[in-house]
Design a protein around this ligand. Sequence first.
Ligand code: ADP
Ligand code: MG
Length: 243
Amino acid sequence: MMNSEIAIKLHQVFFETEQLQIIKGITGEFKKGKITTIIGPSGSGKSTLFRLLNGLQSVAKGSIDIFDQSINDYDPIALRKQVGIVLQEAVMIKGNVKENLALPYSLEGKALSDDEAEYMLELVGLKKEILTRDSGDLSGGQKQKVSIARTLLNKPDILLLDEITSALDRVSLHDIEQLIQHINHQFETTIIWITHNIEQAYAIADDVWVLIDGELAAAGPIKLLEKTTNQAVREFVWGDDHS
Ligand code: ADP
Ligand code: MG
């Protein structure tokens, strides 16, 4: 079968620590160029799944294919560029915005030109004047935008977003949602977005995965959440008494 519509394919993926089974046999797909949201209770394995998808951890059993190629066949550094990740906490190093933005380059001994820096800032809706600002003086929303720009510097085909708006106020949250949708449209970037905000899932997603206790309890178009008969999913999404 041709898989050209599929960005990531998981088959019977397991992951465990010495004490604990965390991912328990997940099989599923993420569609190319779409926005898929991952929801599920805290501790259900969402962030662990992301670490498997960008090679920070390896599966214990099962397989992950990225663009039809086994994740094991990727060079780890190339994989981390192709599958970019942005975390809830936008970690900034001491220094100005340009130094923060340039980090993926400076780690490789490469310089970031002013033109490129300004282009990246424009892409995430920040003014170029901010380049010389100390990173400690940025708002939460600005930090998250710099963090997104920094990840985009490697031109990832797949972008993993782990609760990136949970520390932000409502205005910045909507701002970031629009920015991600814009990036999805402009570059056809495949977006996988973990959120605990169901309203946000509806606002941004084409598809949804519901992870419960390390298992994929539901997957498909976001609208399926209203129709699902899976009781655990209904309880998580709607609470007990939704009819
Ligand atoms: P989520 O992102 O859905 O909140 P996580 O993937 O962070 O869930 O965690 C899933 C479970 O795995 C939790 O019980 C967590 O404590 C545990 N866990 C995650 N990573 C490790 C690790 N490296 N060592 C031990 N336990 C871990
Ligand atoms: Mg998490």
